[in-house]
Design a protein around this ligand. Structure first.
Ligand code: GRF
Length: 212
């Protein structure tokens, strides 16, 4: 039986697309059963509906009672009966209401090589720090900000003329490879020691374009 995956996403949904594409085109051991968002107009919900997935929105209102929103989100996620919750560009910190109900069963994808550059605007942070190499990380979610145990990473070169957007797009390409592999390995119970990446996702990290 397939692993039941619920995805939370706030934005463009390209990582959600990668999960759905892998589900459609490869023999993966997971099934995305529902997609939720804090933003009812998010492109991720449109993508999910087009793929005939169940969708739900729990709109976040600034100034509202945070614990009520946490509980509403937790209830909406749990109603879908997830085996695994994937945060694919979900731009809110999860409350304990949800984390405690899915212990060690929530993963996040983040656009840096954690523990470097946690939090918002990670590609811009990498550029500001003068990093030559950054990348993406898939990790377990705990109560901190991007602090849970690391499952998989892929390196990405920083080019001399990168903007935060060009760098983020290069990182996204790796996320789209790594995330479906991690979820599939999780579904196959093959992730105890973290995720091995023998070849492709570890990109070349040196070249004339970014040499000093
Ligand atoms: C990704 O870069 C992910 O690492 C970060 O948010 C971004 C979401 O992109 N948490 P998308 O919505 O999947 O295109």
């Amino acid at each position: 039986m397939s692993l039941r995956v619920v995805v939370l996403a706030s934005g463009a949904g390209s990582n959600l697309s990668a999960l759905l594409d892998a589900e459609r085109t490869r023999r993966v051991a997971y099934e995305v059963v529902a997609v939720g968002s804090d933003r009812p107009s998010s492109k991720a919900l449109t993508l999910a509906a087009a793929a005939a997935k169940r969708t739900f929105a729990v709109p976040f209102k600034s100034g509202g009672e945070r614990s009520l929103w946490d509980k509403a989100l937790a209830d909406a996620v749990m109603a879908e009966g997830p085996d695994l919750l994937v945060l694919a560009g979900f731009m809110r910190i999860l409350g304990r209401a949800l984390i405690d109900r899915l212990p060690r069963r929530i993963i996040n994808v983040h656009p840096s090589l954690l523990p470097a550059f946690p939090g918002l605007a990670a590609p811009a942070q990498a550029l500001a720090a003068g990093a030559h190499i950054t990348g993406c990380t898939v990790h377990l979610v705990d109560a901190g900000v991007d602090t849970g145990p690391i499952l998989a990473q892929a390196a990405v070169p920083v080019m001399r003329d990168d903007s935060p957007e060009t760098l983020h797009n290069r990182i996204r390409e790796q996320e789209h490879t790594v995330l479906p592999i991690v979820v599939d390995l999780w579904a196959r119970k093959a992730l105890e020691q973290g995720c091995p990446f023998p070849s492709d996702p570890l990109t070349v990290v040196w070249g004339p374009d970014n040499a000093d």
